[in-house]
Ligand binder design. Structure first.
Ligand code: GLY
Length: 371
């Protein structure tokens, strides 16, 4: 299957799912390849919208535009529910209101996305130079001083808002958070902690921990993929070589730890006897990140290497992990592992679907980018 055939198949699945999805959003796949819908404040809410905007950008088909616009009231209304805001505002608003503004110039979308960026900036801990990840205080005081690698993807909203609103503070916060992530979450060998805990009062780094990976000292593969894509993204906005170099280090670690078929297991350091689920979403995010990184490295040998590695992952996803033969499927990729410790593995995941499309577009030289 060529990449353009794969994109056409993906867009057909999205097209046929639009009437079923309506104003809802996919959360996690069921075994019959339909999707459970999101509850009212999910971190994954933006990925369906992002797929619709990518499909509209590529095809110009107004079916996708209308479906994407059906999502807008949800994101506007959520701005007035600050209790539903955490560091994932970037995932939510880059792929909804920022995407809409970039493709249509809609001013209400722009203003809504700027409000989301402001809410994200208010999570900044000045002493620790980090953006707090989560709100739940369920595991003690931990979350008051917790960052996670995923947050690298949320920085795009701040970089974009800094340009749009002429607010260098947003950019300063994003740069500081990215540097703090390098200093704490990124290990010397290029692997990553999922999370790092700080003293929220003094900002002193305390220790690395996992939440969704196998162990504190292991390397959660989707987190590694967020880091590859996220540090490449930080380089896009800043041109700061330390961020591109970090994306390269993370990519090299992940590439050295991929299994033969190039689709990651859910953790790169699984001991014998641990469950060996794949995480197709980690593969799709990594492929998109490697294509982005290759574009940022230009046309030399290093860029060619990352482009080839990205194609190998994409080819394997297309050969063994798609839903394309299932006429009832509402998503695109099988075998995502959202949270193994909580029993969530072997599911379709909306972020796997979104990044499959982003990777397929980049593989063909398209550079449409909402982050
Ligand atoms: N950002 C949460 C996850 O990747 O599961």
């Amino acid at each position: 299957m060529t990449y353009s055939q794969a994109l056409a198949q993906a867009f057909d699945i999205i097209r046929r799912t639009i009437p079923k999805m309506g104003t809802d959003r996919p959360a996690i796949g069921r075994s019959d390849l339909t999707y459970e819908r999101c509850h009212d404040s999910h971190w994954v809410d933006g990925f369906w919208s992002g797929q619709l905007w990518l499909a509209y950008a590529e095809t110009g088909d107004e079916v996708f535009l209308e479906a994407a616009r059906l999502q807008r009231p949800y994101f506007i209304a959520r701005l007035d529910r600050p209790e539903s805001h955490d560091h994932d505002l970037g995932f939510l608003y880059s792929l909804s209101l920022v995407a809409e503004y970039k493709l249509t110039g809609d001013q209400d979308a722009r203003l809504g996305a700027l409000r989301a960026a402001d809410s994200l900036a208010r999570r900044y801990n000045v002493r620790g130079r980090f953006i707090r990840a989560w709100n739940s205080w369920a595991n003690g005081e931990h979350n008051r001083g917790r960052i996670i690698i995923d947050s690298m993807e949320n920085l795009g909203l701040l970089f974009w808002a800094a340009q749009q609103a002429g607010q260098p503070r947003y950019r300063d916060i994003a740069v500081a958070h990215a540097q703090t992530t390098i200093n704490t979450i990124v290990r010397a060998d290029g692997s990553t902690y999922h999370s790092f805990v700080f003293d929220p009062q003094t900002g002193t780094p305390v220790r690395g921990e996992t939440v969704q990976g196998y162990a504190d000292e292991s390397c959660w593969s989707r987190g590694q993929s967020w880091g590859i894509h996220g540090f490449a993204l930080a380089y896009c906005y800043t041109g700061d070589e330390q961020f591109r170099a970090t994306a390269v280090r993370l990519a090299d670690y992940a590439l050295a730890h991929l299994p033969d078929d190039r689709v990651p297991y859910w953790d790169y350091l699984l001991p014998d006897g641990a469950p060996r689920y794949r995480d197709s979403s980690a593969g799709a995010i990594m492929a998109a990140g490697l294509f982005l990184l290759a574009d940022l490295l230009g046309s030399g040998a290093e860029a060619a290497l990352y482009r080839q590695a990205a194609r190998a992952i994409l080819d394997s996803l297309l050969a063994g992990y798609t839903t394309f033969d299932h006429p009832q499927a509402e998503g695109l990729l099988t075998q995502g592992a959202s949270h193994v410790a909580q029993g969530y593995a072997n599911n379709m995941l909306p972020y796997g679907d979104y990044f499959l499309i982003e990777a397929l577009l980049r593989a063909q030289g398209r550079t449409v980018f909402f982050w």
